[in-house]
Design a protein around this ligand. Structure first.
Ligand code: SER
Length: 939
């Protein structure tokens, strides 16, 4: 190949995708970093994650058997190594080619190895003598991969550069603990004997691929997925064995750009530079490393212990890495939070802030993440357009989280400092919990800071404290169910399974048998063998209804889940508790669910799924459910999205849903193995735990309207056709937290009721305004103008009378000195500034020769306006200037102000100085008007 080998990251991405496209691969865009539809993974950890179902599924082979991608990935396994080694990071881009099964178009080991070798030696033009490959050496039942050895030899790699390694190195997967996995073969690059500056002279640099040194750097992993890992860890043959390769873009850049670490490549160097620009340590000459050596000590200008350049560089790199990861995740709609992926993001952000602010490190004393985020958007936005599209909200969300943490950071670090200063050898679990709970320090950060001080953290004690807190929260919520009273222990009545929920199919169940009962204060709770009563959960409210038996009638006041049991709170209305227990023991209870509550609840629940789909279609795939409430009278749906949707978008959402309702599509549910649900692309929500079997609720779409359909994992109750929803009416959309919005809506009869209510309001308004609803806008416009007019007139009158009053008061407080008249006056009531000026003008005119000072409370309250005016004659003959007066008054009152010789305005907040101001003004007037000590005379 004669073309110049690619070098920059952009050229590498292009060259890789072109190479595989030319070889029949479909180029598939990166899937989200925070994956939908795979509850086993918080983040996408490899290129194969989006293709995972294809290795297990049967049916048509996707992409004609061949795909290639550049995948956004994030792994936390190496987080502690970031900044310490040349090659570790958390977020990375993975170049990968994939093949599924043995169908036409698919390929396996021979082609995968040949493609890789050709790309590496021809396109990248890497020196062959520095390339090595590892193969699986076999372990336990799994045989050695001799086939791979032969294939490597066939392409031209000498046997001396092929090493066989065990399961730890050369068996990959499965991602997320289950599914496709298999032996692998990795390509290594020998970085040479000369170690980079960041590897200490006494550290092991490396002798052969697979050893713990960094010299032989693995950069391309060719996996041959053949097994389907089961939940118990056993390996079954994979229905569709294939190829899954992954090459780290950052490592490849390191090799091709000839630099010492990934942080010096074009994907990272500008980010590191941006971090450095935020810290002043680098530029302070007293703290500069004398020789520029990585291991030099630099003097700390603050008089602390000397710092190692390497530690400062490490922190810069950690920040660059973590902020880059955050930028990508937040651009997709993920947000820092206390759970799941959100917790990881919070931890990354807080670690970056901690490293940046460390007083013995970079010592950045201001919010500093935004410029780094902007730089990441600039570098990666060219390939990942979502970064550019969502730049503003990414900046906002990250800056806000940074500000939140910065608020408690100093206090937390101070507290930790005090704890460490007590000379302990281990930070107690309670202290770690306090730092977590009060100051927002993720446990990993406390551990890291403690480790730097040579102290451990009692992790178990911390987990215990966390568990206790959770238990307290659980107790509090049970307390809430019981209306604030502890429950008595259960009394068993009959043996056998309990709480079989039959409410999907029926609202009435006869012959229910009592399993156990207990009391909680005045409340009475029972558990049945079977029940149609839906326990509050998944956002859906509890069913209402009654429990009856001959001569017995009881109201169901609440239904909730406690562990696996469905607990019914019942209040006997007819018959006693004892009679109800006896009927229950005999299996003679009937449970009736109130259809007038349940049916509208089902409408609202199915509508919630349609809404979820519509939001993702209209606003974008980043939209995620953040909470919901499904009740008989309304639904509430919280979702992640940053801007307020436009009126047009809301209208589209509403129309899409109503179109779906009118199309009357079937809604079906089935209990399926979770793998199948995943391969069907069901929406799953983070934070929810799923068993091996899940309930999948599918709503058929309306293909002609571009609605593919909705699939969600959901335990709630649903209508059986969308038509039963009747109508969907969007009531409101509002922001409830940064990046989280809330939609409220009503369906069915509630929508009708709402519409009717709105109509009644309009009718009433029209009656009051003596017009028809259609005439309302015009009538209101007219009235508004009229009110405006009246207000203006009233204002004018008020101003006139106020002016009159001011004039009068001014006249009363005027003193005459010969031909000169002066007034100094403080008013107790509020006067707008415009009026105050007019009054001062007025004063000047009426005084003719003289000057006036007015002090008035400002219209806004809590401050005082100072107004001075002087006649031209006073300025010319006595040198009295309004602006000079105000300047002096500003000095006396600790205020401010200025203006012209004839008119000037100032203000103060200090009421206590006003008396002094007035006294000064009188003294001043007296002194200029009678310089020779002429006595003043009353007017
Ligand atoms: N799944 C393998 C890895 O992540 C190859 O893509 O290394």
């Amino acid at each position: 190949m004669t073309a110049v080998p690619p070098k920059t990251a952009a050229e590498l991405r292009r060259a890789f995708l072109d190479f595989f496209a030319e070889r029949g691969h479909t180029i598939v865009p990166s899937s989200p970093l925070v994956p939908h539809g795979d509850p086993t993974l918080l983040f996408t950890t490899a290129g194969m994650v989006q293709f995972k179902p294809y290795y297990s599924a049967t049916g048509e082979v996707p992409y004609n058997g061949r795909a290639a991608s550049v995948q956004k990935s994030l792994r936390l396994t190496d987080i502690d190594n970031v900044g310490l080694t040349p090659r570790h990071d958390t977020f990375f881009e993975m170049l990968g080619n994939f093949s599924f099964g043995r169908e036409k178009g698919s390929y396996f080991k021979a082609e995968a190895i040949a493609f890789a070798w050709e790309f590496v030696t021809k396109v990248l033009d890497l020196p062959r003598e520095r390339l090595y490959a590892s193969v699986f050496a076999g372990e336990g039942q799994l045989p050695r991969d001799d086939e791979a050895v032969a294939l490597w030899k066939k392409v031209g790699l000498p046997e001396s550069r092929i090493v066989a390694l065990g399961r730890k190195d050369n068996f990959w997967g499965p991602a997320g603990g289950r599914g496709a996995c298999g032996p692998s073969s990795e390509i290594y690059f020998d970085l040479g004997e000369q170690r980079p500056a960041c590897v200490p002279a006494d550290a092991f640099w490396g002798e052969s691929p697979g050893d713990p040194g960094d010299r032989f750097m693995e950069f391309w992993n060719l996996v041959f997925p053949q097994f389907d890992a089961q939940a118990d860890g056993s390996l079954e043959p994979l229905p569709r064995p294939g190829i899954d390769t992954g090459m780290g873009l950052e490592r490849l850049s390191l090799i091709l750009q000839g630099v010492d670490s990934i942080f010096e490549t074009d994907v990272f160097a500008p980010l590191v530079a941006e971090v450095r620009a935020q810290s002043s340590w680098w530029d302070t000459s007293t703290r500069r490393s004398a020789t520029g050596d990585y291991y030099d000590r630099v003097r700390d200008a603050r008089g602390g212990a000397p710092l190692l350049v390497k530690d400062l560089l490490r922190d810069e790199r950690i920040i660059a890495d973590h902020v880059r990861a955050l930028t990508f995740a937040v651009a997709e709609g993920a947000l820092p939070s206390n759970e799941g992926a959100g917790y990881v993001l919070r931890r990354l952000l807080r670690r970056a802030v901690t490293r940046g602010r460390s007083r013995t490190g970079l010592a950045i004393d201001h919010a500093f993440l935004s410029p780094i985020v902007s730089k990441a958007v600039e570098i990666f936005g060219v390939h990942y357009h979502e970064l550019v599209e969502h730049k503003d909200r990414v900046l906002r969300a990250i800056a806000q989280e940074e500000a939140n943490f910065a608020q408690t950071y100093e206090a937390g670090v101070g507290r930790l400092g005090e704890i460490l200063a007590t000379g302990i050898t281990k930070v107690s679990g309670e202290d770690a919990f306090l730092l977590h709970d009060t100051y927002g320090f993720p446990i990993e950060i406390t551990e890291e800071l403690a480790r730097e001080a040579g102290v451990q953290v009692d992790r178990e004690g911390f987990e215990r404290a966390m568990e206790e807190q959770r238990a307290r929260a659980r107790a509090a919520s049970k307390f809430a169910h019981g209306g604030g009273t502890e429950a008595e222990p259960w009394t068993a009545v009959s043996e056998g399974a309990d709480s079989d929920f039959v409410g999907y199919a029926t609202l009435e169940f006869h012959g229910a048998k009592l399993r156990r009962w207990r009391t909680r204060g005045t409340k009475f709770e029972i558990v049945l063998d079977r029940t149609p009563a839906y326990p509050e959960g998944g956002g859906q409210v509890a069913d209402q209804g009654t429990i009856t038996a001959p001569g017995i009638w009881a109201t169901l006041t609440h239904v909730y889940r406690e562990d696996e049991a469905i607990v019914h709170c019942v209040r006997p209305e007819q018959g006693t508790r004892g009679e109800l227990l006896a009927a229950g023991k005999a299996g003679a209870l009937s449970v009736h669910i109130a259809p007038e509550k349940r049916q509208p609840t089902m409408r609202h629940h199915t509508a919630t799924h349609l809404l979820h789909e519509a939001l993702r279609t209209v606003l974008g795939e980043h939209v995620r459910q953040a909470g919901s409430l499904v009740a008989p009278d309304r639904l509430r749906f919280d979702y992640t999205h940053f801007e307020a949707p436009t009126a047009k978008q809301l209208a589209r959402i509403e129309e899409r849903i109503n179109g779906w309702v009118l199309a009357d599509r079937p809604v079906e549910w089935a209990v399926v193995p979770i793998e199948r649900a995943k391969s069907l692309g069901a929406m799953m929500l983070f934070g929810e735990k799923y068993g091996a079997e899940v309930r999948l609720v599918s709503t058929e779409g309306v293909p002609e309207a571009g609605i593919v359909g909705s699939r969600e994992l959901c335990g709630g109750t649903h209508v059986s056709r969308t038509g039963e929803i009747g109508a969907f009416w969007l009531l409101s959309d509002s922001a409830i937290a940064s990046g989280v919005r809330r939609i409220e809506a009503v369906c069915g009869l509630e929508a009708l009721r709402h519409a009717r209510g709105q109509d009644a309001l309009l009718q009433r308004a029209a009656r009051v305004l003596l017009t028809s609803p259609a005439g309302l806008p015009e009538q209101l416009e007219r009235l508004k103008n009229e009110v405006e007019q009246l207000r203006k007139e009233a204002e004018k009158q008020r101003a006139a009378s106020l002016k009159q009053q001011l004039r009068q008061e001014l006249a009363n407080s005027t003193k005459q000195f010969g031909r000169w008249k002066f007034a100094v006056m403080q008013v107790g009531y509020r006067v707008e500034m415009k009026l105050a000026r007019e009054a001062a003008d007025d004063a000047r005119d009426s005084l003719k020769d003289g000057a006036a000072v007015l002090i008035l409370p400002s219209a806004a309250g809590s401050t005082w306006s100072l107004v001075a005016s002087a006649s031209a004659s006073a300025t010319n003959e006595l040198g009295i200037r309004a602006d000079e007066i105000i300047k002096s008054l500003a000095g006396i009152t600790h205020g401010s102000g200025g203006g012209k010789p004839q008119m000037a305005v100032g203000g103060t907040k200090d009421e206590s100085t006003l008396a002094a101001a007035k006294a000064w003004a009188w003294d001043y007037f007296a002194s200029v008007a009678s310089p020779k000590g002429e006595g003043e005379e009353e007017r």
